[in-house]
Design a protein around this ligand. Structure first.
Ligand code: FAD
Length: 347
């Protein structure tokens, strides 16, 4: 199906007014390839979207936006695990909820993250101590030029903190069409973050973790349906142990998260750094730093993409002046011809 409503306002959770030449819905890998071919023949750019919850439109998009709506969830089991083969266009939160209703646990910490299942591997979505790579077994992709499909194992996806191979080698000319998840039948709760620490590890159920995560997210994060935003605007910065020690000496309460897997770097909380610069509520044009959650930039009043960029630049500058740490956006910046380097734009 192809539609001629060109506004992207409902296709980006910032609710920015932007347009595309064309918006198409793809319900199969074949449709993705056909739409891609049309645009290639006309020499126009293509942008793949799931639910637009991690993009910032800097401008109108001068090409075709293809919305991935490949659906299907297939469940199979072995003695020790459930395997889920999930179409890329499935809504992530609904998947979490449905699997829980069917007695399959392991996704509950990732409840209420907006977007599609097929977008989840791209930045290795994470929340409350769990990242997608904990449960991801494989990702299926299609080469848009020739329709050839390929399965990448989790190791081949090169997952990292908000990172994967889909931001580099498989960014252009490929689409994710399905994700394979493996949920162990012996459930191990992850209760290391926030209010989850108050739950009793001996008696807690997956449903209780799910409810606690939903409750925390609803109380802390603005709902994009009410206030345009794309969640955490910046990544939590990783700094060397030496820099972390210096910051700790100067700011004894600074939150620091040492990394596992032999990584000597230390993760800082970007929201805390922004908050220490007294930036909650700070606004430029129609864009503002959320009054309760400093890491979230919002469309407070008919913001333009440029308002958000100006605000992000200012926030980044202020944090660097105070802490000598440069924040990098987590959100993907989309210019008229396609994705552009977000750090360069706000430098
Ligand atoms: C309120 C809110 C809270 C959030 N909380 C979290 C959180 O806790 N943790 C977290 O990790 N993220 C969070 N996010 C960010 C966002 O939800 C995730 O990044 C999500 O995975 C994006 O999914 P999407 O379908 O909306 O992707 P989109 O925004 O549509 O696309 C994101 C990028 O992926 C590309 N893309 C989309 N689909 C495909 C495909 N099928 N194949 C190839 N490329 C594709 C797009 O071109 C774009 O570059 C939050 C966002 C919001 C608005």
């Amino acid at each position: 199906m192809s539609c001629q409503q060109h506004s992207l306002k409902t296709w980006n959770t910032f609710s920015l007014e932007a347009c595309a030449n064309k918006i198409s819905m793809a319900e199969s890998a074949e449709a993705l390839c056909q739409f891609w071919q049309q645009s290639t023949d006309q020499n126009e750019p293509v942008l793949l979207l799931g639910e637009g919850s991690n993009v910032l439109f800097l401008d109108d998009f001068s090409g075709q936006v293809i919305i991935n709506r490949i659906k299907s969830i297939r469940v199979s089991e072995t003695t020790d695990a459930w395997s889920l083969h999930v179409g890329a266009g499935e809504n992530w939160h609904q998947l979490v909820e449905t699997s829980l209703e069917q007695g399959l646990s392991g996704l509950e910490n990732l409840a209420l993250i907006p977007g599609c299942a097929g977008s989840a591997p791209i930045q290795n979505i994470g929340a409350y101590g769990v990242e997608l790579d904990r449960v991801c077994e494989y990702v299926d992709i299609v080469s848009l030029a020739d329709g050839v499909q390929q399965r990448l194992t989790a190791a081949q996806c090169q997952f990292g903190y908000r990172d994967s191979i889909f931001k580099y080698q498989y960014r252009d000319g490929y689409a994710i069409i399905a994700v394979g998840l493996r949920l162990a039948k012996i459930w191990q709760p992850v209760l290391s973050y926030g209010d989850l620490r108050n739950l009793d590890p001996l008696t807690v159920t997956p449903r209780e973790v799910f409810n606690a995560v939903c409750q925390m997210r609803r109380s802390k994060l603005p709902d994009p349906k009410m206030t345009g935003n794309a969640g955490s605007f910046f990544k939590n910065p990783l700094v060397s142990a030496e820099v972390a020690a210096k910051l700790q000496a100067e700011y004894p309460h600074i939150p620091q998260y040492p990394q596992i897997n032999g990584d000597v770097n230390v993760k800082l909380a970007a929201g805390w750094l922004i908050d220490q610069c007294d930036l909650k509520g700070f606004h430029i044009g129609g864009a503002a730093v959320h009054a309760q959650q400093a890491l979230v930039l919002i469309n407070a009043n008919e913001a333009t993409g440029q308002d958000i960029v100006n605000l992000a630049r200012s926030v980044r500058q202020r944090v660097a002046e105070k802490f000598n740490v440069w924040l990098e956006p987590e959100v993907r910046f989309i210019a008229a011809q396609g994705e552009t380097d977000a750090v360069e734009v706000i430098a």
